[in-house]
Write a protein that binds this ligand. Sequence first.
Ligand SMILES: Cc1ncc(COP(=O)(O)O)c(C=O)c1O
Length: 463
Amino acid sequence: MSANNPLPDNARRSRLLHRSLREAPPPIATSGQGVWLTAENGLQILDGSGGAAVSCLGHGHPRVIAAIQRQAADLAYVHTGQFSSSPAEALADELVGHEPGGLTSAYFVAGGSEAMEAALKLARQHYLECGQPQRVHLIARRQSYHGNTLGALAASGNAARRLPYAPLLSNAFSHVAAAFTYREARDTETEADFTARLAAELEAEFQRLGPDTVAAFIAEPVVGATAGCVTAPPGYFAAIRAVCDRHGALLILDEVMCGMGRTGTLHAWEQEGVTPDIQTVAKGLGGGYQPIGAVLVTDRVVDPIRQGSGAFAHGHTYLAHPIACAAALAVQQVIREDALLDHVQQRGTLLEARLIDRFGNHPHVGHIRGRGLFWAIELVEDRATKTPFDPALKLHARVKAAAFARGLGCYPSGGTADGVRGDHVLLAPPYIATPAEIDMIVDRLGTALDDVLSILPCKGADA
Ligand SMILES: Cc1ncc(COP(=O)(O)O)c(C=O)c1O
């Protein structure tokens, strides 16, 4: 680094536009096996979050690699305007048509944001073809994330990610409170009271907009990175489903992060007693072996389009990419044939117990929450008052760096409490993690957190 240039030499050498344009680029990962990642500097990282809750089978799975190799050799690409492909047809058969909930058709895209864009457009086109063109409003929740493309970002409640692009985001979207009991429920409220208040707020939002102008309500069944593995209180999803039904609006459930087994059932909504009209999935669909996302949809949504214009007015070049579909098919077959949902439930119970052992009495862990192998700890300066740390400390970034230095990959974020204040650390280990690896994840996170807190220039130093 030269004296008058703050950038390290290696930051200037990389021609990649990295996430940080100021810091040294991240280490170059060279291989992955199971839950372990290796970088070219010899660094060994235990992948405690599968990147961003992606690598559900860990790395280097031989069956998935073989499926990709076979498909690449047979047929890498066709355009969906000209051809279908066997892996795309087989993946659709694997995912829909036999599930509870009546999801009957699948639409394959390249990731979560594309899946959400397609879901939003499907909802809009559905109502156009139903003769209800006035349904132009979409209601989502604060403290949520649905993707970074402009439509998906407009749906998102994530304040920090919206801020720079606010002037470009559509006014078709409005937001109601998240079902975030730790932060949003009043001290005097039971969970049932809180649920009733949230349902009443959604009803009021329908009334404000005009109930027959709302196309859909959008929610993550378990909120991912924005708030850190937030599960809704019992009865919440049934209550909001009832509001949607009362007004003839669709329910879009975004399972891009929490779906495909992450919470212990294939779909997170299975644990909520509701079914969506449209569902999006992505990360755990292909497990990171290929970029892929999907929209899963019911006949209720598709039939009017089928009988009307006859075509979904949307598309991308890489829809239903054969290699991506082959990889996702192999991932889903492994999950089913190796009974990995049982694994997620058992290892999830273990992870929960270990987190409670290690952090249950920690002075700066305000809340431990999650489901399956999808858990977060929320960090607070004061447990009694739930006061977050000063956001200027960037505690989440410090914990991420400290964990990485101790050989743990995890997924911390800020803005947990209200979009600006608050920090949490998200864990989403691969479904194949052993008990010893779960122990190691919690140990390394505990050490990293305590080391960071011990040198923090604030009250947190007493931890
Ligand atoms: C719930 C949710 N929806 C949508 C997205 C966007 O997915 P992608 O980053 O693949 O575009 C994400 C990504 O983190 C997500 O967590």
